[in-house]
Structures are given as C-alpha cells and as structure tokens.
Design a protein around this ligand. Structure first.
Ligand SMILES: [Zn+2]
Length: 199
C-alpha cells in the first residue's frame, strides 16, 4: 500500500512557490506521504531537480509528470520521461501516453478554467481527479459522477502550489512503492481517493 500525491507544482511551473528542496524536505518529514508526481505546467525541469535531490532519501519516490494544457483543457501525464510538443490536442496527449506506457489523468474536469469538462467523455483517459482542492465541492461532485459514469479509476490530488497544500488530497494505491507497480495499479483501478480535512 502506498500513499501518493499525483499532482504537485514546483517553482518551474511559474505559479508555484514550492522549491525542489522544500518539497523533498516536506516529504522527508511527512509521516506517510513519501511519493509524489511532480506535474509542472509544460516543463519537466522541476521533476529533474526534485528527483535528483530525492536520491538522498531511500524512502522518497518522485514520479515524472507534466500538466499538459491541451487545446481543450488540462490532462496530467505521469510516467513519461519527456514532454510532448505543444500545441497538442487531448487525443494527441492520450496517444503520447499510450506510446510510452504512461498514464493520463483528467485534471479537475469541471473547474471553471482550463478544464476538459464533458469533452473528457470522448477520450480514453486512465483516471479522473475526483477531488482537487482548486475545484469547488460542486465541481468535484460532478467529477466523481463522471468517473462513475465512465467507469474509470478515481484519484484525489493536492494540485499544490504552496508547500502547506501538499497532501490536501492524495490517493491510497494498492501497490509497492515503485513506479511500474503504481502506474499498473492505477490502470487497474486499485485506487482510493482521500481528502485530508486537516489541510
Ligand atoms: Zn495543476
């Protein structure tokens, strides 16, 4: 069993205050959250820096990720070591993911800005964010309905842009702490979305 925050931004996103060092320090001191996907906007730069720092800690795992603003809205890609080229459509993003055996998560599907909304229904993503603190409770509720209707795995994330937000939402995944197992477990729906009411 592993607890994973699948959506975290660093300063390389341009809109986050989380430095690689602060993120690794926070994971080091956290009691159970030791695995995150660094999902900056448009760049893998933050992931490279964070994963390098994290090599000093045996219990911390950093997953390569990127938040891809497609022509229709945001998709979080996890498990690919390279970024796609932009501009990119949602369909091209899903193809990019499939070619690399990575995963595609529909980010905050019904948040007002940069979200896919019902367009997600036309796609074959891996999973849906059913809890993202940057969406309203109502928007998250519709996201949960979408995941149920599409019969897709459900994840919760923090979408943290400040270190205090880390772990606000996270996903309990039925896997050991390695990337291949985690991605396979998500694909197989071995996920439990969790909201942390303390944050
Ligand atoms: Zn984000």
């Amino acid at each position: 069993m592993v607890f994973v925050d699948l959506h975290v931004h660093t300063i390389y996103s341009g809109d986050s205050s989380i430095t690689p060092k602060r993120l690794v320090d926070a994971l080091h001191t956290h009691s159970f959250l030791k695995t995150v996907a660094v999902t900056d906007h448009k760049t893998m730069e933050g992931y490279y820096h964070v994963s390098k720092l994290a090599t000093a800690y045996e219990d911390i795992l950093i997953l390569p990720g990127i938040e891809v603003l497609t022509t229709q809205g945001d998709i979080v890609v996890i498990g690919a070591e390279e970024r796609p080229t932009f501009p990119i459509t949602p369909e091209e993003t899903i193809a990019f993911v499939e070619e690399r055996n990575a995963i595609a998560i529909i980010a905050h599907p019904y948040r007002a800005l940069t979200s896919l909304g019902d367009y997600a229904r036309r796609l074959k993503p891996t999973a849906i964010e059913v809890y993202n603190p940057n969406a309203t409770p109502e928007e998250n509720k519709i996201a949960l309905q979408l995941a149920r209707e599409m019969n897709l795995p459900q994840v919760a994330v923090s979408d943290a842009h400040a270190i205090e937000e880390l772990g606000k939402g996270y996903t309990k995944i039925n896997a050991a702490q390695n990337m291949e197992e985690i991605l396979n477990a998500i694909k197989n729906g071995q996920t439990q979305p969790i909201q942390n009411p303390q944050i």
